[in-house]
Ligand binder design. Structure first.
Ligand SMILES: Cc1cc2nc3c(=O)[nH]c(=O)nc-3n(C[C@H](O)[C@H](O)[C@H](O)COP(=O)(O)OP(=O)(O)OC[C@H]3O[C@@H](n4cnc5c(N)ncnc54)[C@H](O)[C@@H]3O)c2cc1C
Length: 372
C-alpha cells in the first residue's frame, strides 16, 4: 500500500516546527497538523524565552544533552537567519550560607555536565555586574540568553514551507489507527468536517496533549501520563524594568520541579518575574493570572531585588508545563522514542517536553531524525 504522505508531525509548536524543518531537508511529503489556525499558540508562546545553558539537570539525561547541543545550534541558527537574541548572561544568586552551599553543588553539576562557561562570583563581583541586585554569592553563566521565540518559529515554518512541507492548520487529529505498514489519521476541521489520510511515519509533538495522542493508537502506559503545572508571570513596572541587564535566578529546589521565581528581561526592555508552579488538578487549560499571587512573587523577588515595591508588579502572562512529574515525584526526563517495542514501529512519541524544550528544540529534531 502506498501512503498519502511519508511523515506526519502532529503539533506546530516549536518542537514540531523544528522537526518538520529538519526532516524536510531529506524527505519529501511531510504534513504538519495543527489544531490552531497558526503555529505556536500554546506552550511555545507562553514561556520565559530563555536559552538555557544546561547546568541544572542530571548529567546523562536527555534534558542536559539536548539542552547543551540545542543551545549551541539555536545561537548559530539565530546568527544565520537574523533571528533576534541576546546572550545577556544569567546570575543564580545566594542570600544565605545554606543557599551558597547549594550553589557549590550546582556549580559541580554544571562542570560535570560539561558546561564550562560558569563561574562563582563574590558579593563585590555581583555588585559590579548588577549594582541593583542583592547577593552574598552567585553563579554567573555567560552562555545563557534570551531569544525571540516567535521569530525563531516563523523562520522554522518558512524553512519547512520552502522545502514543500504542507501545514494543515485548524485541524485536530482525532483518531489514529495502525494499518499494515503505517497509520491512518482522522482529522476534524474547524468547521466540523472530518478527513482521513494515511502516513508511513507519525511524530507526536502535541505538547500538553501528547499523552492523549499516544493513547489514540492504543498505548496505555501510566508512566506517560502528564501533569499540568501552571506558571504565572508578573511584570515589573514603574520604570524599574531597566534596573537589571541580566537574568536573575534564585537557587532551585532539589527536585528541580521548577527553577524558582526568577527575573527575565526580554528583547523589548521588559522585566518580568515568574513562573511560579501551580498544580492544575483538573487539567483544565486556563491562562488567567491570579492577582492574589502577587504577594508571593513580591516576597520571593524582594530577597534579591531590594528596590522592589509591591505596587511595581502587574499580572502578565501564564503558561502550562506538560510535566511527567506529579506532586512529590522525583526528576523525570523527556520521553522521546520510537514505539517499536510496544508494537508501533514508525510512531515516535515526544512526551513531557517542558523546559528546556525551547532551547533544546533543534537538538530534539536531530534526535528524532536519528530515530528515523
Ligand atoms: C511557564 C513556562 C516557561 C518556560 N520557559 C522556558 C524557557 O525559558 N526556555 C526553554 O527552553 N523552555 C521553556 N519552557 C518550555 C518550552 O516552552 C516548551 O518545552 C516548548 O514550547 C514545547 O514545545 P512543543 O512544540 O513540544 O509544545 P507546544 O508549543 O505545546 O505545541 C504543541 C502543539 O500541538 C498542538 N496539538 C495538540 N494536540 C493536537 C491534535 N490532536 N491535533 C493537532 N494539533 C494538536 C497544539 O495546539 C500545540 O500548538 C517553558 C514552559 C513553560 C510552560
Amino acid at each position: 500500500m502506498t501512503h498519502d504522505v511519508k511523515i506526519t508531525v502532529i503539533g506546530a509548536g516549536v518542537v514540531g516546527l523544528a522537526i518538520a524543518a529538519l526532516l524536510s531537508e531529506n524527505f519529501k511529503s511531510i504534513f504538519v497538523i495543527e489544531k490552531h489556525l497558526k503555529f505556536g499558540q500554546e506552550t511555545s508562546c507562553r514561556n520565559s524565552e530563555v536559552v538555557h545553558s544546561g547546568i541544572y539537570y542530571p548529567k546523562d539525561s536527555l534534558k542536559t544533552k539536548l539542552c547543551i547541543e540545542g543551545r549551541k545550534m539555536l545561537y548559530e541558527f539565530c546568527e544565520k537567519y537574523s533571528v533576534d537574541y541576546n546572550k545577556c548572561g544569567k546570575l543564580i544568586v545566594a542570600n544565605s550560607d545554606l543557599e551558597d552551599k547549594k550553589l557549590d553543588i550546582l556549580m559541580r553539576n554544571a562542570k560535570d555536565n560539561g558546561v564550562d562557561e560558569v563561574e562563582k562570583l563574590l558579593k563585590e563581583e555581583v555588585e559590579l555586574l548588577e549594582p541593583n541586585v542583592r547577593a552574598l554569592t552567585a553563579i554567573y553563566s555567560s552562555e545563557t540568553g534570551i531569544v525571540d521565540s516567535y521569530g525563531f518559529m516563523k523562520q522554522l515554518e518558512l524553512n519547512a514551507i520552502n522545502n514543500e512541507v504542507q501545514f494543515i492548520y485548524g485541524s485536530e487529529v482525532n483518531k489514529i489507527q495502525k494499518t499494515d505498514n503505517g497509520y491512518k489519521l482522522t482529522l476534524i476541521e474547524h468547521g466540523g468536517d472530518s478527513f482521513d489520510f494515511s502516513s508511513e511515519i507519525v511524530i507526536n509533538a502535541s505538547g500538553l496533549n501528547s499523552d492523549k495522542t499516544s493513547e489514540m493508537i492504543g498505548i496505555n502506559d501510566s508512566s506517560y501520563n502528564l501533569h499540568y503545572w501552571k506558571g504565572e508571570y508578573f511584570s515589573i513596572g514603574n520604570g524599574k524594568n531597566t534596573l537589571v541587564n541580566r537574568l536573575i535566578y534564585p537557587v532551585p529546589n532539589a527536585n528541580i520541579l521548577s527553577l524558582g521565581v526568577h527575573a527575565t528581561i526580554d528583547l523589548g526592555q521588559g522585566l518580568k518575574l515568574g513562573p511560579n508552579t501551580v498544580y492544575l488538578k483538573d487539567k483544565k487549560i486556563n491562562y488567567k493570572v491570579d492577582p492574589k499571587h502577587k504577594i508571593d512573587f513580591f516576597n520571593s523577588a524582594k530577597q534579591y531585588f531590594p528596590f522592589l515595591e509591591l505596587e511595581d508588579l502587574r499580572p502578565d502572562q501564564a503558561g502550562i508545563r506538560p510535566k511527567l512529574q506529579g506532586i512529590g515525584d522525583a526528576f523525570r526526563d523527556f520521553i522521546i522514542k520510537e514505539e517499536k517495542e510496544k508494537g508501533y514501529a514508525n510512531f515516535i512519541n515526544l512526551i513531557g517536553i517542558e523546559s528546556p524544550g525551547l532551547t533544546a528544540s533543534l537538538a530534539i529534531a536531530n534526535y528524532v531524525k536519528e530515530l528515523i
